[in-house]
Design a protein. Structure first.
Length: 609
């Protein structure tokens, strides 16, 4: 029987899971408690896996994590010591040694900080499956993830004690654990030599939940081997190094924030600086600080963000004091900000151009990925390989093919156009070591999303995203590495919601959105297909106007409207691609934490369809 009594954090009681899962102390209380076992170990172990081999071999004095604006910083020596101690506490809490957590789902709630990194790594090091919970989700969504993942443990920092308890309320047979670490001891933890040990079987990894833009969120089980392959692929393509300082602005329950911006820099020995929640003025000041007379911080060399973040940065830039503007402009120039990446949603051309103008010519790099596969395609480090509208080439270790959405035939190299010269569109399908294992507890969905192949090399994951492939002059000449060569991929959108069929023609909603966003009158745009008796579907634009520009550009004294939109686009898009209707929203188009629009929900809210 599990005990339902809520134990006080200050008591520091730790019982086995067979009896109860109790609270451990939070480092913020600054008290080292007796957990019934010694934190001192003459010999400490980590699993003999790529991520932990790298962690062990990094210079222990090298900076690993910085928390902005508190200035707290932690070395790789701190990180190794805390991961080992946290792993020990987790294993002790299972009541049956290491085997107690193998393959178990361990959910955790932590702010974007060093604590998050320690929790994530300690769970994975225990050969368990880490299930990050979003601190911004409503309780019912968090309970859904806990129940769907069948998590047997919830770990939380003191800050989220109330949320953790609310998740557990309602008859669930579990109690949350608060903070698996004791006070930071700056490496003086009593842990001696770190040894690597093999595992009889590798059951651990991470379970992330899909954004739910088309269906109910599904638990995506990413084994340790896939996490390692994803990180190694990015280290090779984007050349992370110990000299990099990554400014982390992203939520941590998505692949972008966890693999791209935590696991990959840790694999390479880079440092991560957390700055969350996002505040555009604070970000500009941080980017500027190393180039101000009184600046003392190291420069930022690596920035991962989504288009909405870049848009907000650009909108606030003109309001900054002149000295901040000047220093920030230097800070994001190519010689200092080595890499600026945009992902998770399509990058509007005006945003890309505006950032290039502000940054003394730095070009945003676009890439393509999803929860199930990590990053799959990317433009290259060389500026010539960052082509507008393209997501580049397959990343190292990733195999990609296009399958014609009409004929279900593979579009082989050289077959990108049909007999009439029209560019063929195909679903992106992927395989290789970076692909996830399964949708948790959903055998049917897992089976349906993989396409078998008779070549004996394994099945292909059907992404549901449609793309075209074409050669771009001056790009793809291996200037960014031998992986960045040949024809480039151009995303057309989700097969289910972004490909609009009008009569016998197909329209990419993303293409139309890109052109809409190039108009000065439009601040935001989402293009959807609505039913049409005559054509099957019709193209409809849902927009937020730049009211000041729109008020000045209407015809005959009238507000800028749908007819003006069609006139502005008639030389840019084929007639059948022009939106037949335009719905203007006040405020902003609803988006999730990663800047994506749930178009099914948007259509329902706006049109009641």
């Amino acid at each position: 029987m599990h005990q339902r009594t809520l134990l006080s954090a200050s008591r520091g009681v730790l019982l086995s899971r067979r009896a109860s899962l109790a609270y451990l102390t939070c480092k913020s209380c600054r008290t080292r408690l007796n957990f019934g076992f010694s934190a001192r170990r003459s010999l400490a172990t980590l699993p003999n896996l790529p991520l932990f081999r790298a962690l062990k071999n990094h210079d222990p004095a090298s900076l690993a994590v910085v928390h902005n604006p508190s200035f707290r910083s932690f070395t790789y020596g701190n990180l190794v010591a805390d991961v080992v101690q946290a792993q020990d506490r987790l294993l002790k809490s299972s009541g049956s040694g290491r085997d107690g957590l193998r393959g178990e789902r361990v959910a955790f709630l932590a702010e974007n900080s060093y604590d998050y990194v320690v929790m994530l790594l300690s769970i994975v090091a225990s050969d368990a499956i880490a299930v990050p919970l979003s601190t911004g989700f409503p309780i019912h969504e968090l309970k859904y993830i806990m129940d769907n993942s069948q998590a047997g443990m919830l770990v939380a920092t003191k800050r989220y004690e109330d949320i953790a308890q609310n998740i557990m309320d309602g008859g669930l047979d579990r109690q949350p654990i608060l903070d698996v670490r004791s006070k930071i001891t700056a490496g003086a933890s009593g842990i001696g030599v770190i040894e690597l040990e093999g595992l009889d079987g590798v059951n651990g990894g991470m379970m992330l939940y899909t954004s739910g833009t088309t269906n109910r969120p599904k638990g995506v089980l990413i084994p340790q081997s896939a996490l390692a392959a994803q990180a190694a692929s990015l280290v090779e393509a984007w050349k992370y190094s110990p000299d990099d300082r990554l400014l982390h602005l992203l939520p941590l329950h998505h692949i972008h924030g966890t693999v791209n911006a935590i696991l990959t820099p840790i694999l390479s020995g880079s440092s991560i600086e957390f700055m969350f929640p996002f505040n555009p003025t604070a970000v500009w000041k941080r980017l500027a600080e190393p180039f101000l007379p009184e600046g003392t911080r190291d420069k930022i060399t690596f920035l991962n963000a989504v288009p909405t973040i870049y848009n907000r940065l650009l909108s606030i830039y003109p309001t900054l004091p002149p000295e901040i503007q000047q220093a920030a402009k230097i800070g994001i120039s190519p010689e200092h900000l080595r890499l600026n990446i945009s992902g998770s949603a399509a990058l509007p051309t005006p945003t890309k151009k505006a950032w290039q103008n502000v940054s003394n010519g730095n070009v945003l790099l676009e890439r393509y990925g999803m929860t199930e596969v990590g990053m799959a395609l990317s433009c290259g480090l060389d500026f010539a390989d960052r082509v507008d509208g393209s997501v580049g080439w397959p990343l190292p270790s990733v195999e990609v093919r296009l399958v014609d959405t009409d004929t279900n035939e593979v579009i082989h190299p050289g077959e990108e156009t049909d007999a009439s010269g029209r560019i063929r569109e195909g679903e992106i399908q992927l395989r290789g070591p970076t692909i996830f294992r399964e949708y948790w507890g959903n055998e049917k969905a897992t089976r349906e999303t993989f396409a078998p192949d008779s070549d004996g090399k394994g099945s292909w994951f059907k992404t549901g995203d449609v793309a075209t492939r074409r050669t771009v002059e001056a790009a793809g000449r291996e200037m960014s590495g031998d992986w960045a060569k040949g024809p480039m991929y151009f995303i057309q959108g989700r097969r289910s919601v972004d490909i609009i069929k009008i009569g016998g023609e197909k329209v990419s909603a993303l293409e139309v959105e890109r052109e809409l966003l190039s108009l000065p009158q439009i601040a935001e745009a989402a293009v959807v297909g609505l039913p049409s008796e005559q054509w099957g579907q019709k193209v409809v634009a849902i927009v937020v106007l730049n009211t000041e520009v729109a008020a000045q550009t209407g015809r005959n004294g009238k507000p800028w409207g749908a007819l003006d939109m069609r006139r502005a686009l008639k030389d840019r898009l084929a007639g059948y691609k022009l939106p037949s209707e335009m719905k203007v929203l006040d405020g902003a188009i609803p988006r999730n934490a990663m800047g994506k629009v749930n178009k099914k929900m948007l259509v329902k809210e706006v049109f009641g369809v």
